[in-house]
Design a protein around this ligand. Structure first.
Ligand code: HEM
Length: 352
């Protein structure tokens, strides 16, 4: 076998070059997968950029659904959900909940009556150490079918071009049902009167190993009272937070969790398409909201309601939205938690 005639110094240099080449290749591969070499590729950065409102980045706040208020309570499972998933959260019993009511806007100071979409972030924890996180909205269907279409919608709605939205809608007929809900559906005066829909589909696996593709919604016990946006505007810019704080102080608020099962052939990868109304629906339990706390010092401030944080017995489906949402929410989370000084806490002794 030939002996190496390299001096020790040269061989160290050679190794360093090799390491640099390996690291360089790895970084290039990473950059490629992150889309840095392909300017048209959608990345978390580009989504976050496209979400920036005219008022500027909401420093210290979520990059979307920026205005919100925390709640705590319990999920009371009635046991019926176990027919669909073996996750412990469906075994009869009470499990602690942390959540957040919010407005679907990247403007942390938006007036409540100006925002059509209202949302709920929810985390249910179970004694087996698992968590189910979800972020739902009051619209019964999503605005668009695909992630590129969502990106185009963000650009069109921020565009100064007068026909931008018209052009977008003409190119995206799937926007129709969402547009009809947004313009003709009733508004309410309370987070407690809203239905919250998960919209994306997920796969539940039951105790026998059988899979069921589902979507879920939370249906309020409180009777919705329609109020026009003009009348809501008269209630002040923060009426939703004031109202829910007072309402929950007066007594816990409840929602039924309804899990709807797809039939074969139903669109499971497109959240803009409703499933027919006759699909099997299982009422799995009740969300009980017991306490409201302001976000600034509250327990929902530093949580990411990433819809891919799921217990065993629930997994993502062929719907591409949750994985993309997960990466964009992580980017938003990283930004806002690094900007805590721009959204100072007030509680004595709180971390910055
Ligand atoms: C079915 C579709 C979707 C629903 C139901 C939904 C719902 C929500 C809700 C309720 C929140 C607030 C959660 C909280 O209180 O922390 C939220 C946050 C957010 N959403 Fe979505 N969303 C959807 C799709 C998307 C998409 C496609 C994007 C962008 C690609 C996006 C970007 C964001 C961002 C950046 C946040 C802030 C995340 C954080 O900092 O924690 N969402 N979403």
């Amino acid at each position: 076998m030939a002996q190496s005639r390299q001096s020790p110094a040269r061989s160290v240099f050679g190794s360093l070059v090799l390491i640099a080449v390996v690291i360089g290749f790895g970084a290039a591969a990473f950059a490629y997968t992150a889309g840095w070499f392909s300017p048209r590729r959608l990345t978390p950065d580009r989504f976050v950029q496209a979400l920036t409102p005219p008022t500027g980045e909401p420093l210290g706040h979520r990059r979307n659904h920026a205005k919100g208020i925390c709640f705590t309570g319990v999920f009371e499972a009635n046991g019926a959900g176990s027919a669909l998933s073996h996750a412990e959260v469906f075994t009869r019993g009470q499990y602690p909940v942390l959540g957040r009511f919010n407005l679907g806007t990247p403007d942390a100071n938006a007036a409540d009556a100006t925002v059509r979409v209202r949302g709920m972030g929810l985390q249910i924890a179970t004694p087996d150490g698992q968590e189910w996180r979800s972020a739902m909205i009051n619209a019964p269907i999503f605005a668009v079918s695909t992630l590129p279409a969502f990106y185009e919608l963000l650009l069109a709605s921020a565009s100064k071009e007068p026909d931008a939205m018209k052009t977008f809608v003409a190119a995206h007929p799937e926007f129709g049902p969402f547009g009809a809900w947004a313009t003709k559906g009733p508004w309410t005066g309370s987070y407690a009167e809203e239905r919250y829909h998960g919209l994306n589909s997920f796969v539940f696996t039951d105790g026998s190993g059988a899979d069921h593709t589902v979507r879920w919604s939370l249906l309020p016990a409180a009777q919705p009272v329609p109020v026009s946006p003009d009348d809501l505007a008269k209630r002040g810019p923060n009426f939703l937070e004031q109202e829910i704080t007072e309402r929950v102080r007066g007594g816990p608020q409840r929602w039924t969790m309804a899990v709807t099962v797809a039939n074969p052939g139903d669109p499971t990868a497109d959240p803009s398409k409703a499933w027919p109304g006759d699909r099997r629906t299982v009422e799995a339990g009740t969300l009980i909201v017991q306490q409201i706390e302001p976000e600034r010092d509250g327990p929902c401030r530093d949580i990411n309601f990433d819809p891919t944080v799921l217990p065993s017995g629930i997994r993502t489906s062929d719907d591409p939205f949750p994985a993309a949402r997960s990466s964009v929410y992580a980017k938003s989370y990283d930004l806002r938690t690094a900007e805590a000084k721009d959204y100072p806490r007030t509680a004595p002794g709180a971390k910055p």
